[in-house]
Design a protein around this ligand. Structure first.
Ligand code: NAD
Length: 458
């Protein structure tokens, strides 16, 4: 039987070996989901809502154990694991409050004996191939609205968050979602590829651009709905009129939270020359005060990198930047001690010839570049193949709105960063992906609008 080894990134040690899927078992699960989906969709919405309400209660009841599991397999500091689970609760509340209204029939026209209406039918069987960095958030952004709208879900958590994926599935089953309606598929890329081969009605992916592109190509000839939530190179601009210390503290948190392993982590900062030196000094002070260490320690803010190969990616970006004239102001290398750590790293005097300013880092490192004007900042923010988030720090709301209107990104921020709201759509421009999750649009996306033309007999 195939197995999956689970490692603890903070020590590098193997901590578990669990049964995994192969192409045969994936096909069996897909067939069972197909058979179970119509009865699930036929239930009243209230029954499906009750399942998610029970699921929420189970998350609350088991929060400490769930947080510890996530920390052990991803290296996420335990206080951040608790934050993720507590942050999940308002998302679940949003879905429960909004699902019924989002997919209610719409009566759009009555006249001349004709009635026109729109209904929202479930897609059917949807696959969710997911990432490890916020496994509860990115998993439930798909699983929960997909289930609420009557779909069966084949969920492949990342191989780096498989224990969490199994826990999500177990809690949904304990909350009365039928076993065949919600199934976990365990394994790495090959198991994900086998899932893509099944007869599915939608593929919802969160992960890297390279994998997303591969999946989209594999599905292109079958005309299956595909949504891709991919990486970012999230830029921020600090104008000359800011409270420099407050902006530096906020952006340092945005760059280093979750050890920099967020799709909307701040990756590059453009600072107006008038405040550049003061900003950089406060920024470096803030980063140096961040406590790195054992992720199980409640005071730890910087944990381990979940994937060891990322250490080499970060080191190559730092070395490339230094070779092209940048200065490392703190950090810059693999952490001492066991496990897969990288020192929180601030690199100044950057420019766009450097990989650090162009390719996703996905770790605790950030590049800073001095700019002379709003126009230069906007041009640099838009000089990217990605477009997930971007932001501006300034006291001038009108200036912020004018600048943000010019930025090519799915999400824009004024005086905040690294933030996701269940009420707002989460989407990317360019190589950051296609489609969206969250908001009422992120509920409707699991349905197919059906057009009804109804003529009363004359
Ligand atoms: P990844 O692409 O390595 O893996 C994602 C998933 O795809 C995993 O479950 C993996 O097993 C699976 N997979 C790998 N090869 C496959 C194949 N050939 N066919 C099918 N499935 C396959 O990404 P990751 O390292 O898990 O996640 C990090 C990336 O995710 C970063 O780029 C980050 O920016 C992005 N991300 C984006 C968002 C967003 O909302 N936009 C959120 C979180 C993470």
């Amino acid at each position: 039987m195939p197995t999956l080894h689970i490692h603890n990134p903070s020590t590098g040690a193997m901590i578990d070996t669990i049964p995994a899927d192969d192409a045969t078992s994936v096909a069996t699960k897909a067939a069972a989901a197909r058979a179970a989906q119509p009865a699930w969709a036929a239930l009243p919405m209230a029954d499906r809502l009750a399942c998610i309400t029970r699921f929420r209660a189970a998350v609350v009841a088991q929060l400490e154990a769930l947080a510890a599991t996530m920390t052990r397999e991803t290296g996420k500091p335990i206080s951040l694991s608790r934050n993720e689970l507590n942050g999940l609760l308002p998302r679940l509340d949003f879905f429960v409050e909004q699902a019924e209204g989002a997919v209610r029939d719409e009566h759009v026209f009555d006249g001349g004996g004709m009635h026109e209406q729109i209904s929202h039918a479930p897609l059917g069987v949807v696959a969710n191939i997911s990432a490890w960095n916020y496994p509860w958030f990115v998993g439930c952004n798909v699983i929960v609205p997909a289930l609420l709208t009557g779909n069966a879900v084949l969920y492949k958590p990342s191989e780096h968050a498989a224990l969490t994926g199994l826990a999500i599935t177990r809690l949904l089953h304990e909350s009365c979602v039928p076993a065949d309606v919600m199934q976990c598929v365990v394994g790495g890329g090959a198991v994900g590829a086998a899932l893509v081969e099944q007869r599915i009605d939608g593929l919802f992916f969160t992960g890297s651009h390279a994998t997303g592109q591969r999946i989209a190509a594999a599905l292109a000839t079958r005309l299956v709905k595909v949504q891709l939530e991919l990486g970012g190179k999230d830029p921020m601009y600090v104008r000359a009129d800011v409270d420099v210390k407050a902006a530096a503290e906020s952006l340092a948190d945005g760059a280093m939270y979750n050890t920099g392993q967020g799709c909307c982590s701040v990756e590059r900062i453009y600072v107006h020359a008038a405040v550049h030196d003061a900003f950089v000094a406060h920024f470096v002070d803030t980063v140096k005060a961040m406590k790195a260490g054992d992720p199980m320690d409640a005071g730890t803010y910087i944990g381990a990198l979940t994937r060891e190969p990322q250490i080499a990616v970060l080191q190559a970006q730092v070395d490339d930047a230094v070779a092209k004239g940048a200065q490392v102001l703190c950090g810059g290398r693999r952490s001492a001690g066991p496990g897969w750590g990288f020192e929180p790293t601030v690199v100044a005097n950057c420019n766009h010839t450097m990989e650090l300013m162009r390719e996703e880092s996905f770790g605790p490192i950030v590049g800073i570049q001095k700019v002379g004007s709003d126009e230069e900042a906007v041009a640099l923010m838009n000089d990217t193949r990605y477009g997930l988030t971007a932001g501006v720090y300034t006291k001038d709301e009108a200036a912020a709105r004018a600048l943000l209107a010019q930025v090519n990104a799915g999400t824009v921020y004024w005086n905040c960063c690294d933030r996701v709201s269940p009420r707002l759509p989460w989407s990317g421009v360019g190589d950051s992906g296609i489609g969206l999750t969250l908001s009422t649009y992120g509920i409707q996306t699991f349905t197919r609008p059906k057009a009804w033309h109804l003529r009363q007999p004359g």
